[in-house]
Design a protein around this ligand. Structure first.
Ligand SMILES: Nc1ncnc2c1ncn2[C@@H]1O[C@H](COP(=O)(O)OP(=O)(O)OP(=O)(O)O)[C@@H](O)[C@H]1O
Ligand SMILES: O=P(O)(O)OC[C@H]1O[C@H](OP(=O)(O)OP(=O)(O)O)[C@H](O)[C@@H]1O
Ligand SMILES: O=C(O)c1cccnc1
Length: 496
């Protein structure tokens, strides 16, 4: 079994407590109760101005393949905690729910639903873990990649991180996410085969060490490959590596495509300038200089400021591990559930921490774009029953600091959450990776540069509609009044 095969059965890739809750719903006759859960994250990753959504392709694979095998059922039976009736229910289990989601490559923001799951309580519960696992990781990596792209201009970015990724499937799905976020190719051959990603590679120091010197290694490589990029820093970049690369390129002439050299250590601003001079003087002005060595958006930006002569960037550890922020922190919250009378009731999770109070009710996110310039004015999180396209003006206000507000008149409203599965049936036409990349570039175009700068970007407005805001405030009030009444009854009971 490969970790990334689309036919993988990840059904048991869930937390124990999800199956325990499923069992309770089942035993208590609540297995057909309808529920709506929404996924959102609370803080922008890397303090970036936007995040790039990724993970939907894997999520679709996962949901299409959910089923409990006989071996899964035997394993669960051996735990001794579940009734045969529940185990029979699991045996028949399939995902019949409705999934709405942002599309891969969409820019998304904190405190707005980016995925919504609607279905029976048990099915919504089962998929929480895998869904969050997939979306949290891939969105994080796509966002890190987008940051690196934002400083690299149009330079090619190669993803080199498989050896440093948090295990196999992170390397494979991570490099796909990096591609969506703005990378051009991967060194991972399996990801190339599996997803049709462009693959790219040079060679390692071990090749040069095996031959004992730069010249023999490059010559041997050139005699066995057409496209050649020589790694020139094994012993001495300027005295031995580059001269040997130039010599082999001259000797081989048209028999090879001398693409350039890679440097992987030292002061890369200084060395790249020297290397550029040497290649130009030797008659190879089009040969490219590749650089790698713990690069990220900060080092690339600094190297650009130093006018380093680097054409192509190889980036591993820092992108594939999202080095400076290990988790996106997206959560999955119940926003509405059917009661005993068959009525949908909005739910809320309260907290002393205002940021952790969830927003009740099934919602849609509307991206509001200024008609004139095509730039985004903000996201408008409305109840699913609302449709701002029917409005001629829209009142948008900050959900916490409500005095920050504006009224928009000349706008276009587009829904972020698209139907992916309807009642268990895939209704979404999956785009190709090229289309996803194209889409990612287009949506980024609709953001003002103020939201896209790497350092201290402006906060993008994510506002609640008046109805969604009032719904939240009313529910908070109701719960507080309910608690007060219960306390009162208790206190009266005690004095009697
Ligand atoms: N001119 C530069 N400006 C800013 N950062 C640089 C510059 N040159 C290299 N770096 C970065 O500095 C970090 C450390 O580089 P350093 O020179 O210590 O590597 P090294 O010790 O030569 O390489 P290695 O440890 O792989 O042999 C790396 O992240 C590298 O990308
Ligand atoms: O630095 P990263 O961004 O992770 O890019 C991948 C690194 O992998 C290779 O190094 P290797 O594994 O041989 O080890 P090294 O760090 O000692 O060069 C390559 O030479 C890069 O330096
Ligand atoms: O092709 C390369 O140069 C490469 C691949 C993986 C890791 N480091 C470098």
């Amino acid at each position: 079994m490969t970790m990334v095969d689309a036919s993988d059965n990840l059904t048991l890739h869930t937390d124990d407590y999800e199956i325990n809750m499923m069992a309770t719903y089942f035993e208590k006759g609540m297995a057909n109760r309808h529920a709506v859960f929404e996924v959102y994250f609370r803080k922008m990753p890397f303090a970036n101005g936007y995040a790039v959504f990724a993970g939907l392709a894997h999520l679709i694979d996962y949901l299409q393949n959910i089923h409990f095998t006989d071996a899964d059922i035997d394993y669960l039976r051996a735990r001794g905690d579940y009734s045969e009736a529940f185990l029979d229910y699991l045996k028949q289990f399939q995902f019949h729910g409705t999934l709405r989601s942002a599309q891969e490559g969409d820019v998304v923001f904190n405190n707005e639903p980016i995925v919504q799951v609607e279905g029976t309580l048990p099915e919504c519960q089962l998929i929480e873990t895998a869904l969050l696992n997939i979306v949290n990781y891939q969105t994080l990596i796509a966002t890190k990649a987008a940051r690196i792209r934002s400083v690299a201009g149009s330079d090619p970015l190669l993803e080199f991180g498989s050896r440093r990724a948090q295990e196999v499937s992170a390397a494979i799905w991570g490099t796909r996410a990096a591609y969506i976020g703005g990378f051009d190719a991967t060194s991972n051959v399996l990801a190339g085969r599996q997803f049709g990603l462009p693959i790219s590679g040079t060679h390692a120091h071990s090749l040069v060490e095996s031959f004992g010197n730069d010249y023999d290694a490059f010559k041997a490589y050139a005699e066995t490959h057409h496209d050649c990029v020589f790694l020139v820093d094994t012993f001495d970049t300027l005295k031995s590596g580059v001269p040997a690369a130039v010599q082999v390129a001259k000797e081989m002439g048209d028999r090879i495509n001398f693409q350039g050299v890679r440097i992987d250590s030292g002061d890369m601003a200084y060395i790249s300038k020297k290397v550029r001079e040497m290649l130009d003087q030797a008659g190879f002005p089009t040969a490219k200089i590749y650089a790698s060595n713990d690069l990220d958006e900060h080092t690339i930006s600094s190297l650009k400021m130093q006018h380093a002569k680097i054409d192509i960037w190889g980036i591993g550890t820092k992108v594939i591990t999202a080095f400076d922020q290990p988790a996106l922190g997206a959560v999955y919250k119940l926003v509405s559930v059917e009661n005993e009378q068959g009525k949908m009731i909005d739910t809320i999770k309260l907290s002393n921490n205002a940021e952790k109070v969830s927003t009740p009710g099934k919602k849609q996110v509307w991206r509001i774009t200024e008609q004139q310039d095509g730039k985004s004015e903000g996201d408008y999180v409305a109840l699913a029953t609302e449709d701002p396209r029917r409005e001629t003006e829209l009142y948008m206000f900050h959900p916490q600091y409500t005095y920050i507000n504006k009224t928009i008149t000349d706008f276009v409203a587009e829904p972020l959450l698209q139907d992916i599965f309807r009642d268990g049936k895939l209704v979404y036409q999956q785009p190709s990776l090229a289309e996803i990349k194209n889409h990612a570039n287009q949506v980024k175009e609709s953001l003002w540069p103020e939201y896209k700068r790497m350092l201290n970007p402006q906060e993008y407005p994510v506002d609640l509609s008046t109805a969604a805001w009032e719904n939240k405030m009313n529910l908070i009030k109701q719960i507080q009044q309910g608690q007060a009444a219960r306390l009162q009854t208790k206190a009266e009971g005690r004095t009697e």
